[in-house]
Design a protein around this ligand. Structure first.
Ligand code: NAD
Length: 374
């Protein structure tokens, strides 16, 4: 195992705020999407692809996950130039066997490939009640919750397990060196009359790598208990994730998060895609995601009253006094909905490093994006 692999995320962490300064600036979502669309088209995407990817990235910003927002373009643009990410590719069905649906992505934009693969799974679940999706060979799919929302919006439940194949970032429980990706999990359930869609969507690491990039851009330290330095010692410095050799993120919740991260790689990597996060796959300098997902129609799950039972459960769980500092018990997905409402009204607060990065990527392609980012 080599300990000095190329880190594609480092590109996004290497920009200096320069004239944009160290504070945060609010940018309107539609202007940010327009800037991202222009960049993506200049990098070879057809109009529709540019719109899908830009909208996905800005939606991640709107929902408060800046780690998976427009900052990702700093990683995607060099990946295209290096031939590791291939624009204008589409999801292709590789095979179907009973409920199993295998889809390939031809190293295309994950935001397009995973969206199309999820649509195929939804269509199958509409017809047969169930689809077991294996998505393989897709570049980074971004915020996994967006595919959960796609399913819940279509009235379907989704359970998704994703592996991240790139330089490893997460130490195993009781380990000190990175061996696993931040392997995210998403569980999405459709809205009922009383309850908004439940969208549980998180990395199985104590924190996402992108959140270290965002903290670095803001010149902030991370909370204690999240990171190890390259010597395996606890640290709060997000920069250790972008050094060579790098530090490591700790798994979410000790052995439990480690177990979940491992199972993401077992299901999405070893079983579904033949692309587990082992050195022969991690070493390429690219960021690939494979996804194992179960998509089903809750109406065919055995309880015709599921929505009423879900509402009762949620009402009961909410009915507790809140802890000091909390104003309400929130269900998974609610913090994102709140942040989205606020950011649509006030703009998306972007740090100087991210703004400088977008500006610089634009200049390299002969685009003047300054007005859109002002
Ligand atoms: P996070 O730690 O912010 O957790 C988000 C989840 O917790 C959401 O479901 C949210 O609704 C819920 N939540 C947050 N606060 C809550 C509260 N107070 N009460 C109730 N529920 C609450 O997420 P993260 O681990 O930083 O992941 C961020 C994003 O990164 C996700 O969208 C994930 O899909 C994405 N990601 C993608 C990859 C990839 O390779 N594509 C890898 C890792 C993470």
């Amino acid at each position: 195992m080599t300990e000095t692999q190329k880190d594609p995320f480092a590109a996004a962490a290497s920009f200096n705020a320069g004239v944009y300064g160290t504070g945060l600036r609010p940018v309107r979502a539609e202007r940010l999407a327009e800037a991202a669309r222009r960049l993506l088209q200049a990098a070879g995407s057809e109009e529709e692809e540019a719109a899908v990817v830009a909208d996905h990235l800005v939606e991640a910003n709107l929902r408060g996950h800046d780690s998976h927002g427009v900052g990702m373009l700093a990683m995607y643009m060099p990946a295209i130039a290096a031939g590791l990410l291939r624009p204008n590719r589409h999801a292709a069905v590789i095979g179907r066997f009973g409920p199993f649906l295998a889809v390939g992505g031809d190293s295309g934009y994950g935001q397009v490939i995973a969206r199309e693969a999820t649509e195929l799974a939804i269509e199958q679940a509409r017809q047969d009640g169930l689809a077991v999706l294996s998505l393989r060979d897709s570049h980074h799919i971004g915020r996994v919750g967006s595919y959960g929302e796609q399913c819940s919006g279509a009235g379907m439940v989704m359970l998704a397990f994703v592996n991240v194949v790139t330089r490893p970032a997460v130490a195993p429980h009781d380990g000190t060196r990175p061996r696993l990706g931040t392997n995210p999990i998403c569980i999405a359930v459709p809205a009922t009359q009383a309850t908004p869609a439940l969208i549980l969507d998180f990395a199985t690491s104590a924190v996402a790598v992108g959140k270290c990039r965002v903290a670095m851009g803001k010149g902030q330290e991370m909370a204690p208990g999240l990171l190890l330095d390259p010597q395996g010692e606890p640290t709060r410095d997000p920069g250790v994730m972008f050094q060579d050799p790098s530090g490591a993120l700790l798994p979410l919740g000790g052995h439990k998060g480690f177990g979940l991260a491992l199972m993401c790689d077992v299901l999405a990597g070893a079983l579904a895609s033949a692309m587990p996060g082992t050195p022969s796959h991690q070493d390429s300098g690219r960021v690939m995601n494979n996804m194992f997902a179960i998509v089903f129609d809750p109406a065919r799950g055995g309880n015709a009253q599921w929505a009423a039972d879900l509402d009762d459960l949620v009402a009961y769980v909410r009915d507790t006094p809140t802890a000091p500092g909390a104003d309400a018990i929130q269900m998974p997905g609610e913090p994102e909905t709140r942040t989205r409402r606020q950011r649509l009204a006030d703009g998306i607060p972007l740090d100087g490093a991210t703004l400088a990065m977008l500006d610089s990527l634009g200049r390299e392609r002969g685009l003047a994006l300054g007005d859109l980012l002002a």
